[in-house]
Design a protein around this ligand. Structure first.
Ligand code: SF4
Length: 482
C-alpha cells in the first residue's frame, strides 16, 4: 500500500510532492519534510489525483485560500460547475471544495478532480443525505461506502464532522442561532432521532484506514461553530474543539494528515484567542477557518466582514482561509461572487503574510508601488491582484493608449496629481530625484508566491477546452464579462 506524505516524512523521505512544494514556497525541502512529519503542515494529495500540482497548508508557509464551489437542488449543472472551478483557480484559489448537493454528484466530483490542478475537498455527509433522503436514515455502512468511494475517486481532503458528540448537543440549547453548520445540523438530527453517538466518531478509526490507503487528508469539521457573534467562543464550540484535538492525535497515530476547521462568526477581539486555543488543543495542526465574520449586520457584504476576521486569524496563525462571498447567507454564489470573494481573501492572506514577514511577500507590494510612482500603468495592471479589474477601472475614464504613460489618472486629475507634483518638486530640488532602486521581482522569493502572472495561481494546467457529452466549451471566455 502506498504510504501517506506524513508516513514518508516521518521516515525521513523527501517526496516529489515535498520537492515541488519547497520550490513553490521558496523553502528548503528539508523544512517542508519536517513540517509535514510533525503534523504542523499538510500536503493534501490523493494518490489518484493525477492533475494535481502539490501545495502545502501550514502556518510556516504562505496563507492559503479555499473557494467553495458546487451545485444545489436549484442551480448549476456540470458545465456550470467546471466554469466555477476554472473561475476559482483563475482568480487564485489554492484549493476548492465541491459542496454539491444537487444532481449528478459523482459526475461533477470526478470532472472536478480530473480538471483541477489544486486539491479538491468534499463533505461526504452531504452525499449521504442525498442517498438516504432523511438524515436519520443514514447508516454507518452507507457513510463508510461513500467515504471510500470518494477517496477512490481522488478527493484530496474531506470534512468529517466527527467532533459533534451526543453530550455536546445540550450545550447549544441557549444559542441565538443554534447549529448552523450543515454537517453539524445533519449529525445532530441523526443523534437525536437514533439516540446513538455520532457514527463519524464511532467509526473514526475505520475512516482513518480508508484515508491512509489513499492519502486523504482530514479536515476535521467544526459542526458546532458559532453562527453569530452572540454564540462565539461558547461552551459548545470549545467542547467540540477538545474532541477535535483527541481526533487529531488518533488520525496522526494512523499516519493520516490532519487539519482542523474553525469558526465562522467571531468578534474581532476574540479571534486571536480562538486561533491560539486551537493550536494548543490540536497540537499545532493547521487551522482552516471560515472567515471569521466580525459582524452580523452586513449581508451582501460578508466577503468584507469576513475578510477582516480572516486577516486577523491568518496573522495569528491560521494556515488556510475559506473564502466567503457577497452571497453568504443569501444564495448560491455565481462567477462574479466567486471572483469578489477570492479577491477579498487573497488580500486577507497577503496582508497577513506581509505582516508575518513571510519570505518575499512584501516584494510584491514594493514592485507595484514603484510602478505606480513611475506612472508605469501597464506594469501596475500586470502586478495587480486582479489585473483585469484594475485595468478596467482605469480605462473607464481614460481608455486611450496615450493615457498608459500619463502622469495622472482621473482620480485627482492632471493639475492635482500629488505624485506628479512630488516628482516635479524633487526634480527641481536636485537632491531627491531617486526614491528607491527598482525591486527586482524576478529574483525575489515573491516571484513564485501569490503572483498571478507567474506563480502559485498557475492556470496553465487548466484545459483550454472542456468537453461534456460531446459538447465543447472554453472556460476562459467566461471571464470576459466578469
Ligand atoms: S491623479 Fe491621484 S490617484 Fe491618480 S496617479 Fe496621480 S496621485 Fe495617484
Amino acid at each position: 500500500m502506498p504510504e501517506t506524505q506524513l508516513q514518508r516524512a516521518r521516515a525521513g523521505e523527501i517526496t516529489a510532492a515535498m520537492e515541488r512544494v519547497a520550490e513553490r514556497e521558496n523553502r528548503r525541502p528539508e523544512t517542508v519534510r519536517k513540517q509535514v512529519a510533525t503534523g504542523q503542515a499538510v500536503i493534501p494529495a490523493n494518490h489518484g489525483h493525477d492533475s494535481l500540482d502539490p501545495m502545502i497548508i501550514g502556518r510556516e508557509f504562505s496563507t492559503k485560500v479555499n473557494a467553495n464551489i458546487g451545485n444545489s437542488d436549484t442551480t448549476s449543472g456540470i458545465e456550470g460547475e467546471l466554469q466555477k472551478l476554472h473561475t476559482a483557480v483563475h482568480y487564485g484559489a489554492d484549493t476548492v471544495m465541491d459542496l454539491s448537493t444537487g444532481d449528478n454528484l459523482d459526475r461533477i466530483r470526478t470532472a472536478n478532480i480530473e480538471h483541477s490542478p489544486v486539491p479538491v475537498g468534499t463533505v461526504p455527509i452531504y452525499e449521504a443525505v442525498k442517498r438516504a433522503k432523511n438524515p436519520a436514515d443514514i447508516t454507518r455502512e452507507l457513510l463508510l461506502e461513500i467515504i471510500e468511494k470518494q477517496a477512490t475517486q481522488g478527493v484530496d481532503y474531506m470534512t468529517i464532522h466527527a467532533g459533534v458528540l451526543m453530550e455536546h448537543l445540550p450545550l447549544t440549547d441557549n444559542r441565538k442561532t443554534g447549529i448552523v453548520s450543515r454537517g453539524g445540523s445533519i449529525l445532530a438530527q441523526w443523534i437525536e432521532e437514533n439516540g446513538m453517538q455520532n457514527p463519524l466518531y464511532t467509526e473514526f478509526e475505520e475512516i482513518c484506514s480508508i484515508f491512509a490507503e489513499h492519502d486523504v487528508t482530514f479536515s476535521l469539521g467544526d459542526g458546532l461553530r458559532p453562527g453569530c457573534l452572540a454564540d462565539a467562543s461558547d461552551e459548545a464550540q470549545f467542547a467540540e474543539l477538545e474532541t477535535l484535538g483527541e481526533l487529531t492525535r488518533t488520525a496522526r497515530d494512523h499516519g493520516v494528515q490532519v487539519m482542523v476547521e474553525g469558526p465562522d462568526h467571531v468578534p474581532l477581539d476574540q479571534i486571536v484567542d480562538n486561533v491560539e486555543r486551537q493550536q494548543e488543543v490540536c497540537d499545532g495542526a493547521p487551522f482552516y477557518v471560515l472567515g471569521p465574520l466580525v459582524t452580523d449586520v452586513a449581508p451582501g457584504y460578508d466577503h468584507i466582514t469576513s475578510a477582516i476576521g480572516a486577516t486577523e486569524a491568518a496573522r495569528a496563525g491560521a494556515a488556510m482561509l475559506c473564502y466567503v462571498t457577497p452571497k453568504e447567507h443569501l444564495g448560491l454564489p455565481d462567477k462574479a461572487d466567486v471572483r469578489d470573494g477570492l479577491a477579498a481573501y487573497r488580500i486577507a492572506a497577503h496582508a497577513a503574510d506581509v505582516a508575518n514577514d513571510h519570505p518575499g511577500a512584501r516584494d510584491w507590494d514594493d514592485a507595484l508601488s514603484e510602478a505606480r510612482y513611475e506612472f508605469d500603468w501597464q506594469r501596475q495592471f500586470d502586478l495587480a491582484l486582479d489585473p483585469e479589474r484594475a485595468q478596467n477601472a482605469h480605462d473607464q475614464t481614460l481608455p486611450g493608449d496615450n493615457y498608459k504613460d500619463a502622469r495622472f489618472c482621473s482620480m485627482c486629475g492632471v493639475e492635482f496629481c500629488s505624485m506628479r507634483i512630488d516628482q516635479d518638486a524633487r526634480t527641481t530640488d536636485g537632491e531627491m530625484t531617486t526614491i528607491s532602486d527598482e525591486t527586482d521581482l524576478d529574483s525575489s522569493p515573491a516571484a513564485d508566491v501569490n503572483l498571478p502572472p507567474v506563480g502559485v495561481h498557475d492556470t496553465s494546467r487548466l484545459p483550454d477546452e472542456i468537453e461534456i457529452d460531446g459538447v465543447t466549451f472554453t472556460p476562459e471566455e467566461s471571464h470576459a464579462d466578469d
